[in-house]
Design a protein around this ligand. Structure first.
Ligand SMILES: [Zn+2]
Ligand SMILES: [Zn+2]
Length: 346
């Protein structure tokens, strides 16, 4: 067993990341130690790379970042009962306490004491990583580690899409990042009447189309609200999924929504913004859901079902597979927006 490992650190409170040697961690009685096989770069990691306002307030350097992974269990603590050496696992990013009101009433994803892997506490961008048993998800070994490392955004999409009815509905999805395109695929598979996906990048719109969007539109070139109204016989969409994190996209979505429709918000906004509460909420009377993470563990079972049945092929959203040592390149690709999922192989 090696004593040292490679790890990607946010070392100082400033932009950028560095790869450094670190000690291989030791699992506690209820943890497992995994050898990471593949890890995906998430938008959250890019925020931390850039050291934006949000990460400055939240992330405590020096810290190993990263939360999307697939690894093999190589050591287990004495009290671990549900996992064996050799199991292929991923992990829920929300490390929950299991004891607070939310955890005890089935809402562990919004645990009052939640710690996010690779944000508040040690992340997985390293050769080895310790995973608490209660946040480990045992994978189907028939699926490749790269795909398994990218199932977290599928989970976000599953939770958002199925927070309300989909079959027979018209759906507007703002944002065609990996979560947005997974959402388009899920809506299509679940029997939506029409899925309209919106983004500013042609590359991403093409991916949305391939994954199942019926209509794709470039918000930089077209009047989104007008087009959505045309596509829905002037009624507006039944469901609006906000996955862009842009106030403009939020407003366009609200203006495209049928009165009484459903809005599920997953996008993260850089700062507070103004909302027309009177017209868009009081008078329009939508049902609004805030979506945080994945429902434990309901979302994970559903995501696995979509992967195992072949209805969702995450290979289609993995656009770049790079070596772990080339992480810097991976972050630059992510920043360009000309990509789906960027997966690092270890
Ligand atoms: Zn993520
Ligand atoms: Zn809790």
């Amino acid at each position: 067993m090696a004593e040292k490992m490679r790890a990607i650190f946010k070392e100082k409170p400033a932009p950028g990341l560095v790869m450094k040697q670190a000690d291989v961690p030791t699992p506690g009685p209820r943890d497992v130690l995994v050898k990471i096989l593949a890890a995906s770069i998430c938008g959250t990691d890019v925020h931390i790379y850039d050291w934006d306002e949000w990460s400055q307030k939240r992330v405590p350097p020096p810290i190993i970042i990263g939360h999307e992974f697939c690894g093999k269990v190589i050591e287990k603590g004495r009290d671990v009962t549900s996992l064996e050496i050799g199991d292929l696992i991923s992990g829920e990013t929300h490390l929950y306490c299991g004891l607070c009101y939310q955890c005890r009433t089935g809402d562990a994803h919004i645990c009052k004491n939640v710690k996010l892997r690779g944000v508040d506490t040690t992340g997985c961008f390293s050769d080895y990583h310790v995973v608490p048993e209660n946040t480990a998800w045992k994978n189907d070994p028939k699926i490749s580690p790269e795909v398994l490392s990218a199932q977290e955004p599928l989970g976000n999409a599953v939770f958002t899409v199925f927070s309300g009815e989909v079959a027979g509905k018209t759906i507007l999805i703002m944002g065609c990042g990996p979560i947005g395109v997974c959402a388009a695929a899920l809506c299509h598979q679940a029997g939506a009447e029409k899925v309209i996906s919106v983004d500013l990048k042609e590359f991403r719109l093409k991916m949305a189309k391939e994954m199942g969007a019926d209509v794709v539109l470039n918000a930089g070139e077209e009047d989104v609200v007008k087009r959505v109204m045309n596509e829905t016989d002037g009624e507006g969409v039944d469901v609006f999924l906000e996955m862009a994190g842009s106030p403009k996209a939020f407003k366009q979505g609200m203006d495209s929504l049928k009165p009484g429709g459903r809005v599920s918000l997953l996008g993260i906004y850089k700062k507070p913004f103004e909302v027309d509460v009177t017209n868009d909420i009081v008078f329009k009377a939508p049902v609004i859901h805030g979506i945080n993470g994945r429902k434990l563990w309901d979302t994970w079972y559903k995501a696995r079902a979509f992967m195992r049945s072949g209805r969702i092929d995450l290979n289609k959203i993995i656009t770049h597979r790079i070596k772990f040592d080339d992480f810097e390149k991976g972050f630059q690709i992510m920043k360009s927006g000309e990509c789906g999922k960027v997966v690092m192989k270890l």
